[in-house]
Structure formats: C-alpha cells, structure tokens
Design a binder for this molecule. Sequence first.
Ligand SMILES: [Zn+2]
Length: 152
Amino acid sequence: MGLKGTKIYSIFTYTCPRCQEGQFFSKKATYGSGFTQLNKRCEVCNEDFEREPGFYFGAAYVSYALTVALWIALFVALTVFDAIGIISYHFFEDGVMYFILGIVLLITLLPVLYRQSRIIWINFFVKYRKDAIEFNELKRLEKLARKKDRQK
Ligand SMILES: [Zn+2]
C-alpha cells in the first residue's frame, strides 16, 4: 500500500502514529474481549501512547463526530436505496425505522467507533517519522539528562 506515512494508514491499520509499525491496541481483534486495551508504549519505537492523564477524554469529540457522520450516512443510504427502488423509505413516515436502524448500527459498530476515535485523536498530536526509533530514543535520553540536571 502506498499509504504508509499518512494518517489514514495509521488510523485504518491501528498502528502507532509515530512509526506505523507497532500496534496501538493490545488485542488485534476489534470484536473480542479487551478491545479497549491500549498498549502503554509502542513496542517498536517506544512512543508513549498514554501521553498524559486524561489524554483520551478528547477522543469523545471524535466519537461524537463519527456518530453524527454515521446518522447522516444512514439517512443518505436509505434515501438512495429508496430512489433506486430497493426499499421504500420516507423520512417522516418511517422515522421510527430510521431511529431503530441507527441504534442497531451504533451498537454493532461500538467497538469500531471506540477504537477509531482513539486512534484518530492521537493522530492529531503525533506525526509520522521515518526515524521514529532514533527520535524517541533521543527524546528519552534528553529527558534523562534533564532529570540528572535537576538532581545536581
Ligand atoms: Zn511506534
């Protein structure tokens, strides 16, 4: 795939936003127990996935945006299906059907939305680097040096 290095790649493969090699989530399966568990750090480049306390509160905004997009997509899909004659759908008469389908879709996609919102959120803050391993090692050494300075 020619997408390596883009945020799209990290988001759709659930890989570390910094090196795009290591896994962001501890469990590979989106549908399975423990789908919410993040790795603390990237096992390849040592990027810190936990950042700071409460970092992932911001992912709620992404989750909200994805949910709204889903409702809109469902509306468009139903309208298109009606137009090409697959189903008969009229928003004002079939509002309940729209609502029920939307809820079912949301529940079904919950693990996907959960994971997508977190990986998208961290991608806002962490840029891909080809030299991710060296970059993070340097950062780690600088931090160590600063700590030593303070102890003097
Ligand atoms: Zn990494």
